[in-house]
Design a protein around this ligand. Structure first.
Ligand SMILES: Cc1cc2nc3c(=O)[nH]c(=O)nc-3n(C[C@H](O)[C@H](O)[C@H](O)COP(=O)(O)OP(=O)(O)OC[C@H]3O[C@@H](n4cnc5c(N)ncnc54)[C@H](O)[C@@H]3O)c2cc1C
Length: 467
């Protein structure tokens, strides 16, 4: 019977990084990945990560001539709904890679550090010890069902959250399903401009009102025009065609390739840990609230998990919920509060209509360089002085009928809820015994807030028969 310290379900970015770092600390690590190596992380080709984040997490930037690395570019601006006003952020370089190839390099690094990876191995269920505690997992392979025993099972299976969803309702780790309402359906159009004199990088930027962007695409293409939407790919495509492409003028282009993929858009789980269990990455909903990217934001929690779990293993202490609770408290301070603070605020902001948002861009209200400088920097730097400045400008805009009072109410509601979430997360329980009371308050608050899906265009939803 093979026994491991850590059994990781899912061998994509989060699973491979965690495997590498735990193996580096001397743990015996097994990764089970459902796909065969050729099929891992194939839903889309090009992805990018911030250079600063890559450096922080020890991710290889690769040589400029390496075929896995495609491009480097420097922070994209936030652009107004009609493409007139640009708000550029600070200097934050980003590197683009081929996703499948990059993940295979991460897997290789994990193996070099001693982790074992089994491909074509699909998690089916936990195994439990005589006391009913998780002690490993069963997985299906071409040779039938197998069992591996471990001190902890880490769910890094992405949106399906295959292990987390098997936890009982009594677990502090929420076992909810990530439904179409909580998913960002992303469609990527790889394009070439017809006129070869067009400078594609002049069109790069992020359009919050459509949740759409133009970005580099690597060799063979001038750009990726991307869009994300709740509920379905059809919804995202409809916003792309009937709003984004109608309101923003691009030079004539031809679509060379279309890719589709999903990323969670949901608050993070409240607790990542239970006895012998941890959830990480997309399975824990750790994507950035502004753009749905998750490769590096997931590693903020993974880094804390490596520290806590490897220390417990070294000290020969059991990997119980109580012993690992500091992963929750440290993550909430490091990133969780900031991410979940942003969600209600963004809901208020995206509920503005296009004319209102255009006016606000023009007048530096909310859409200012300081606050929304670029799509890569997810730290909303909201200061009291900004809010005071906006309030004066907003009153003038309402008097001039440039912004509706209902829109102002939505923004203020979003801001107040953001502050309430911030306060709630500041008081995240230090001890697991105080968690049920906190969870009750958090559930109530999130039920009031709802989800970004509620800001979808009702006409488009009706047209597509989405209720
Ligand atoms: C179109 C698109 C573009 C994106 N671009 C970026 C970007 O540029 N930068 C960025 O940071 N993020 C980007 N993201 C988000 C990013 O892809 C995810 O946040 C990230 O991949 C999450 O990694 P993960 O390892 O947690 O989960 P996943 O990448 O979903 O990996 C989960 C793994 O678990 C495996 N698995 C599932 N079920 C089982 C099972 N039963 N047993 C065993 N294994 C299982 C899967 O096969 C998979 O390999 C993008 C997302 C989309 C959809």
């Amino acid at each position: 019977m093979k026994k491991y310290d850590v059994l990781i379900v899912g061998g994509s970015s989060t699973g491979c990084w965690f495997a590498e770092k735990m193996a580096e600390k001397g743990s015996k690590v097994l990764v089970i990945e459902k796909q065969m190596p050729d099929d891992v992380s194939r839903s889309y080709d090009i992805f990018h990560m911030g250079e600063a984040e890559m450096e922080r997490f020890g991710l290889d930037m690769l040589d400029e001539n390496d075929p896995v690395r495609e491009f480097r570019f420097e922070s994209s601006p936030m652009i107004s709904p009609y493409g007139t006003y640009y708000k550029k952020g600070g200097y934050s370089p980003v590197i683009g890679f081929h996703k499948h190839d990059y993940i295979m390099l991460m897997a290789e690094k994990a193996k070099q550090k001693g982790a074992e990876i089994i491909y074509g191995a699909e998690f089916t269920d936990f195994v439990y010890d005589a006391n009913g505690k998780i002690s490993g997992a069963k997985y299906m392979t071409a040779d039938g069902e197998k069992t591996a025993y471990a001190k902890i099972v880490a769910d890094c299976s992405g949106i399906p959250s295959v292990a987390r969803r098997k936890l009982p309702d009594s677990s502090p780790v929420c076992n909810f399903k990530i439904t179409p309402k909580d998913i960002f359906y992303v469609v990527l159009y790889y394009i070439n401009y017809i006129d070869k004199n067009v400078k594609p990088r002049e069109y790069d930027g992020f359009f919050m009102q459509y949740k759409a962007w133009s970005a580099p695409a690597g060799e063979g293409y001038d750009a990726i025009l991307g869009i994300g939407g709740s509920y379905s790919y059809e919804y995202a495509e409809e916003v792309f065609n009937s709003q984004y492409m109608k309101n923003v003028k691009y030079p004539e282009y031809e679509v060379k390739k279309v890719e589709k993929g999903m990323t969670p858009y949901h608050r993070s789980v409240y607790s990542f840990v239970d006895d012998g269990f941890i959830v990480m990455g997309d399975a824990a909903c750790l994507t950035k609230p502004t753009c749905g990217e998750g490769c590096t934001s997931s590693l903020v929690q993974a880094e804390i998990a490596v520290d806590v779990i490897s220390t417990l293993l070294r000290e020969k202490l059991p990997l119980t919920k109580d012993n690992m609770w500091s992963i929750n408290t440290r993550y909430m301070k490091a990133q969780g509060k900031d991410f979940d603070f942003m969600r209600p605020l963004l809901m208020g902001i995206v509920s503005l209509d296009f004319d209102e948002a255009e006016y606000m861009f023009a007048n530096d209200i909310v859409f200012s360089e300081e606050l929304f400088g670029g799509m890569e920097d997810n730290n909303l730097k909201l200061k009291g002085s900004d809010i005071a400045k906006w309030l004066g400008k907003i009153s003038a805009a309402v008097a001039k009928k440039k912004i509706r009072t209902t829109s102002i109410k939505n923004i203020i509601k979003g801001l107040m809820r953001a502050v309430e979430i911030g306060t709630l997360y500041d008081n995240y329980p230090e001890l697991p015994e105080d968690f049920p009371e906190w969870k009750e308050k958090a559930d109530k608050k999130w039920a009031e807030i709802g989800t970004l899906a509620e800001t979808c265009d009702p006409e488009i939803l009706e047209r597509l028969g989405i209720s």
